[in-house]
Design a protein around this ligand. Structure first.
Ligand SMILES: [Zn+2]
Length: 411
């Protein structure tokens, strides 16, 4: 056991060395670290794992100390004596809690899954409910789901008043149900839980009215000063006619779908409008869901060096399962593991304004942490057309920390 003075000097020494190497602690916060170091105890110490935190450019054997729900320190060989609870992460990876920017978690309504079971229980500490409800139901969603879940949940308001709580098709056939003023009002009144607006553009959702639905969704997003997430799959209008309206920070979700009006031309080349949209800062998110992901399209995009910005799930059912499985799927397609983890931590943290820093293990931030095992073997992954690919690594969550609380996951 270290004395208070020894412990203090340990941390300060550690901090100085690490700041010099530019690896662990931000140089701008030395006083905060010294203040925290005066406290001898920490609530939780995660020992001996491989920490992967691309926000701080960390990849190595490091310990993580948590106190009062926040990250106290990330450093090599933090002494056990100071911790109330010590957990071994030997042979495991330790990451910031994953962030899934496309789920539906209005549990018990429509296709909604239980966030604590399917997300937190798989190492996902923050989710964005991608427009399960429109303006009439968003209050109920916040009251009964957001406020009662351990998983951090924020929401997009769907421009269709029906959202997807009644059914998923035909929800914008009648434009009376597509009201930008009431959508904006609901978004404004429910900030900061509401972080964006959502619109789904697909022939069997609004027929020939997709550009009008998009216009109304952009009007609501503009007025509420929020990003717009646009589901585009088998749209009536050609993709370039839609994409040209998307602004920097708007999200194109389901972009790896294998249906008409996709991102590729007849020769499998990315459309110029797609490259222009990326250049402009549109976010490309592959949310597989029930029918929106094609290995063929994904492989052609990757071959042209067009990687997703983020990885998400959409509907948490077979063959999507959960976010770690989707990460493993992209690793099977050739994306480096660290890069894939960045796509579920640092990158999605930048897409919306969550009101606090996420996707990082920086000292002082809320302690949302995932502990994962990487299993080696032959694992079969499936796309929406039931095409298969075999990968050799599977990420499996073993434990998760949410705002300092430690949960074991029996996977
Ligand atoms: Zn969805």
């Amino acid at each position: 056991m270290l004395t208070r003075r020894e412990f203090s000097s340990y941390l300060v020494t550690g901090a100085t060395a690490l700041v010099t190497s530019g690896e662990v602690w931000p140089a701008s916060k030395p006083e905060a670290l010294q203040d925290q170091s005066k406290s001898l105890d920490c609530d939780l110490l995660i020992k001996g794992g491989t920490v992967i935190d691309s926000d701080q450019k960390l990849h190595g054997l490091l310990d993580v100390a948590v106190n009062n729900g926040r990250i106290l320190a990330v450093s090599p060989n933090i002494p056990e004596g100071r911790a109330r609870m010590v957990v071994s992460a030997k042979d495991k990876i330790v990451t910031p809690g994953f962030i899934d920017i496309h789920v539906h978690c209005f549990d018990g309504v429509g296709t909604g899954a239980n966030a604590d079971h399917y997300c937190l229980g798989r190492g996902v500490t923050t989710v964005v409910d991608a427009g399960s409800t429109g303006y009439p139901m968003i209050n109920a969603f916040i009251k009964y789901v957001v406020n009662t879940s351990i998983t951090r949940i924020v929401a997009l308001v769907d421009i269709s008043a029906l959202g997807i709580v009644v059914h998923t098709k035909d929800t914008m056939r009648n434009l009376d149900w597509v009201n930008p003023e009431l959508t904006e009002k609901a978004a404004e009144e429910n900030k900061p839980t509401v972080v964006g607006i959502k619109v789904r553009l697909q022939k069997d959702i609004q027929g020939t009215n997709d550009l009008e639905c998009l216009r109304r969704a952009l009007q609501a997003a503009d007025a509420a000063r929020l990003p717009l997430t646009v589901h585009i799959d088998d749209s009536y209008s050609p993709l370039p006619d839609i994409l040209k309206f998307l602004r920097k920070g708007d999200v194109f979700t389901h972009y790896l779908n294998g249906h008409p009006n996709g991102v590729l031309d007849a020769n499998g080349k990315l459309l110029p409008a797609v490259l222009e949209a990326r250049e402009r800062g549109v976010i490309f998110d592959p949310a597989q869901g029930s029918s929106h992901f094609s290995f063929d399209v994904a492989e052609k995009c990757l071959a042209q060096d067009f990687l997703p910005d983020t990885i998400s799930t959409d509907r948490l059912e077979r063959p999507v399962y959960d976010l770690p499985t989707q990460v493993s799927k992209f690793v099977a397609l050739g994306i480096d593991l660290d890069k894939a983890i960045e796509m579920v931590t640092v990158k999605p943290a930048q897409v919306y304004n969550y009101g606090l820093p996420l996707g990082t293990l920086r000292s002082g931030t809320e302690a949302d942490i995932g502990i994962f095992e990487i299993r080696d073997g032959n694992f079969e992954f499936m796309d929406s057309a039931r095409q298969k690919r075999t990968g050799h690594k599977m990420l499996v969550n073993k434990a998760v920390v949410r705002r300092g609380r430690y949960f074991v996951n029996e996977n």
